[in-house]
Every structure is written in structure tokens, then in C-alpha cells.
Write a new protein. Structure first.
Length: 278
């Protein structure tokens, strides 16, 4: 089952500023101390092939490096990169690294692809413990192949031994909030605006053992003739990096308000959540 948040409404904190240029200078984070950025793929694991022939692994690394550079220079948070060069570090090592460094946030960055080159847009995923529908299963196959030890049909790898039920609910609520902040930032801080396809849940292997709020960010479709080229553009990548940082700033504010898993749940538009069987 896939939980699809339709009728997406950006959170108030993500509404566009009056000035045209989005500023990220001098952001002081109060609750997030360490951000783990995970550029998808790397080395022989090349990921999707863009419309120009460029490889996803290079696009994800370029965006992650921009986010890391700006976070380090403009904010007070520490940044951990799961890779900063063209290497294949393996799937589970990404989350293990995030846990070992006690990250407060984990963002795995990817570019999507489809045989239907008319499909475009941003998707943000947080963990679903149950099985994926066929479309989502194909996405996970493209992104992760067959993860080592993964059980895609049911129980996640070893969630129960990693987090208590209460902690799991808390992390899930915050992950949903983070995904919502990212989708909201992409909807309002990019020019031209991308299509925001929504916040979704899927049993990504890379999210299963995370002890912190964790998402897979699909920044757009590399196979779309316009979006695929834009994602290779350094200026567009800079915009994407800014949007990620503004989403993190909104999330940091939300963490200050969140006193319980219940209060951390995103504010949703009327009837915004529907259970979708696809
Ligand atoms: Zn990918």
C-alpha cells in the first residue's frame, strides 16, 4: 500500500519570500546539529542515464556537494557526506555511516527516470514498512537493485532492533515532516517551478535502519527532455541546493515545536491524505 499525499499544500514556513532572490545567508539552526547527505549511486553503480547521456551518480554528487558547501559556509550545522567522490560505497553503509556519526537528518539524493519521457517532477519519500506497489517496486529496483539482506515483502531489515516502537513512530513522524518541508521548498523556491509529484512512502532499503529523520529526495526526472537537461545545469543545481537548505531551516523550526510524535505530524489540507492502492 502506498500512502499518497495529494492536494499538496506547502507549509506556511515554506511560502515564498517577498524578495525575488532566495537568501540563505546566516541561517542559525537550533535543533539540527549534523546533516548527513547521501549522493545516490557512485562508481560502477551509475544510476539512471540522463537525456544527454550524463549519469545520475554525477548529478547527485554535484547537488550534494553544493548543499554541503552552502550549509558549511552559511549555517552552523556540520555536514557528513556518505561519499564525496565517484565511488560505490554500498547501500547499507550509507545509513550505517549516518548512524555512526549520530546525524540529526539523513537525505539520500537521487534523480528519477522513466521509459515515458513525458514524466517529470519531484518526489520525496519516507519509509514505509509494508510492501511496495508495482510502480514503487520498480523505482526501488532502479535505485537500489537487490539490497543486501532486504526483505521487500514485509518486515524491514532490523528496524525492531534499531529503534523502539515509540522511537520509530517519532522518527517516522519527523521524516514525514522533513519530506513535506522539502516538497514545499521545491514548490516555492525554484524558478521555473518543477512539478511536485508529492510526498510518498516506500520501503527503500537505504531508509530502513536510519535512527534519525530520513528521506529519499528524487530531484526530478533525468529522462525528461527539459527537466533532464535542467538538472545538469549548475545554476539549477544551485537553486536546488538553496531549496534543500531552506527546507532544512523550516524543519529545524518545526523540530522546536514538536514535543511529541503526534504534534510533529505535518499539517495537512482538508482531505489531503488518501490511501491509494495502485
Ligand atoms: Zn538513484
Amino acid at each position: 500500500m502506498l500512502v499518497l499525499i495529494a492536494c499538496f499544500t506547502p507549509p506556511a514556513s515554506a511560502r515564498p519570500p517577498r524578495q525575488h532572490k532566495v537568501k540563505v545567508a546566516g541561517l542559525a539552526f537550533r535543533h539540527i546539529k549534523r546533516v548527513v547527505l547521501d549522493p545516490g549511486h557512485g562508481g560502477t553503480n551509475q544510476g539512471a542515464v540522463a537525456v544527454t547521456g550524463a549519469r545520475e551518480k554525477a548529478v547527485t554528487l554535484a547537488i550534494a556537494l553544493q548543499v554541503a558547501s552552502r550549509l558549511r559556509s552559511k549555517t552552523n550545522v556540520e555536514v557528513i557526506l556518505t561519499r564525496d567522490s565517484d565511488e560505490d560505497i554500498g547501500l547499507r553503509n550509507r545509513t550505517r555511516l549516518a548512524n555512526a556519526h549520530r546525524g540529526d537528518v539523513f537525505i539520500s539524493i537521487h534523480g528519477n527516470s522513466s521509459a515515458d519521457t513525458s514524466i517529470e517532477g519531484v518526489e520525496v519519500y519516507f519509509l514505509a514498512a509494508d510492501s511496495a506497489d508495482s510502480e514503487t517496486a520498480r523505482l526501488i529496483d532502479r535505485e537500489e537493485g537487490v539490497p543486501d539482506g532486504a526483505d521487500r515483502k514485509g518486515v524491514p531489515w532490523s528496524l525492531e532492533s534499531v529503534l523502539t516502537d515509540l522511537d520509530y513512530a517519532w522518527v517516522q513522524a519527523l521524516s514525514e515532516r522533513l519530506a513535506s518541508n522539502l516538497a514545499g521548498a521545491f514548490a516555492v523556491h525554484l524558478t521555473p517551478r518543477p512539478k511536485v509529484r508529492g510526498v510518498r512512502q516506500a520501503p527503500f532499503g537505504v531508509l530502513k535502519e536510519a535512527r534519525m529523520p530520513a528521506v529519499v529526495l528524487e530531484v526530478g526526472y533525468l529522462t525528461h527532455p527539459v527537466e533532464g537537461r535542467a538538472l545538469l545545469d549548475e545554476g539549477r543545481q544551485t537553486q536546488l541546493a538553496r531549496a534543500v537548505i531552506l527546507a532544512l531551516a523550516a524543519f529545524d523550526r518545526d523540530m522546536g515545536r514538536a514535543r511529541s510524535p503526534q504534534s510533529a505530524r505535518p499539517h495537512k489540507a482538508k482531505g489531503a491524505v488518501r490511501q491509494a492502492r495502485r
